[in-house]
Design a protein around this ligand. Structure first.
Ligand code: KG4
Ligand code: ZN
Length: 329
């Protein structure tokens, strides 16, 4: 089954062609980072307009790169939420028009489901499995009992981990999006600062990162005020040490409590080199599936993979009407 998928939930305009929920034939991604950089974050209205300008080119690019004809496409899939509503609607309208004009069925896919299913590109899911989903908007532990049978175990009580990375980057004067840069600098720094480790003792499945972010803010503020020289790299390393420690330990505890054998780590922050290394190093008794870095951050291939499994249960709408929902979980 050949699926054309579309993802425009935030600041990446992406169209992909995937086959049978496994093979990625093409994955065209246009990032808007350069456009939003000068604002220090994604500006929703600017993002919608940029999607409009490039979406049709991405359709062409994905189809050409995959070397297929439009008539080969069996299903169209599109991210329906959560995300920025204006951005979602650009993708939904483009995908729906394409499907309608070519008489192809269409289904709307949850963005977070896409992040989880990106792991299926690396290896087969074995149920029940535990997923740590870490992105700019979400930090969740999920029990995946079977295809599309997902139970939310816990989430962040405040900031998402990617959001904490981006805010720490801003405190340090680094450009948006800060996560990848903090990760890079952490590798040349030393974790010499003692920051609080938010383990939330009696809440095995929940997270909290806003206290840690404030601790970084206070540390940097105090050092600047007292004119104490410091290396940005050391602050990054100290922050990353705590974040990865909390994520890995909580995932390990949850996996032991639930008795699962396989763990998926997904979402933009799963691209973090420190987190990837520590997961494999500290959880040798589990089979760990982490998508390739290119499939961790937002792109349409993950939507096409999830759509294949969703289609087995829900054959798509016949009326070409998909509702975008910014708050959908
Ligand atoms: O999944 P994603 O592309 O978009 C959302 O659905 O939110 O995740 C984006 C988030 C941003 O906060 C970005 O800073 C973070 O993932 N991120 C990273 C790394 N690469 C992306 N955070 C830490 N280390 C990285 N290498
Ligand atoms: Zn995402």
């Amino acid at each position: 089954m050949i699926i054309l998928s579309v993802e425009t939930s935030c600041d990446e305009t992406s169209v992909a062609i995937t086959r049978d929920g496994k093979d990625v034939l093409s994955n065209a991604v246009l990032s808007q980072i350069k456009i939003h950089e000068r604002f220090g974050g994604v500006v929703p209205e600017v993002a919608s307009r940029a999607h409009i300008e490039s979406i049709l080119y991405m359709f062409d690019e994905a189809i050409q790169q995959a070397n297929i004809q439009v008539s080969d496409i069996d299903l169209v899939a599109v991210t329906k939420g959560p995300g920025l509503i204006g951005s979602l609607l650009v993708g939904i309208n483009a995908a729906t028009s394409f499907a309608y004009a070519n008489k192809i069925p269409i289904i709307g896919v949850n963005h977070l489901l896409g992040h989880i299913y990106a792991a299926q590109i690396e290896g087969d899911m074995k149920f029940p499995l535990l997923t740590l989903l870490v992105s700019g908007g979400h930090t969740e532990l999920l029990l995946v009992k079977d295809h599309l049978e997902i139970e939310l175990l816990g989430t962040t009580l405040d900031d998402a981990v990617g959001e904490a990375y981006d805010k720490v980057a801003r405190i340090l004067g680094l450009p948006y999006p800060g996560g990848p840069l903090v990760d890079k600098l952490a590798h040349t720094g030393k974790a010499i600062y003692n920051l609080p480790k938010p383990f939330l003792k009696n809440e095995p499945y929940n997270f909290s990162f806003s206290g840690l972010k404030s601790a970084v803010l206070n540390l940097v503020h105090n050092m600047k005020q007292k004119e104490v020289p410091f290396l940005v790299e050391d602050v990054c390393a100290s922050f990353q040490e705590v974040v990865t420690e909390v994520l890995v330990e909580k995932t390990k505890n949850a996996a032991n409590l639930l008795g699962v054998k396989q763990i998926i780590v997904a979402g933009g922050v799963a691209a973090n080199k420190g987190l990837r290394f520590k997961m494999f190093e500290r959880l040798p008794d589990f089979e760990i599936l982490i998508p390739h870095i290119r499939y961790c951050t937002d792109q349409a291939a993950m939507i096409g993979i999830a759509a294949y499994y969703q289609y087995q249960k829900d054959k798509g709408t016949g009326d070409y009407f998909i509702k975008g929902d910014s708050s959908l979980n």
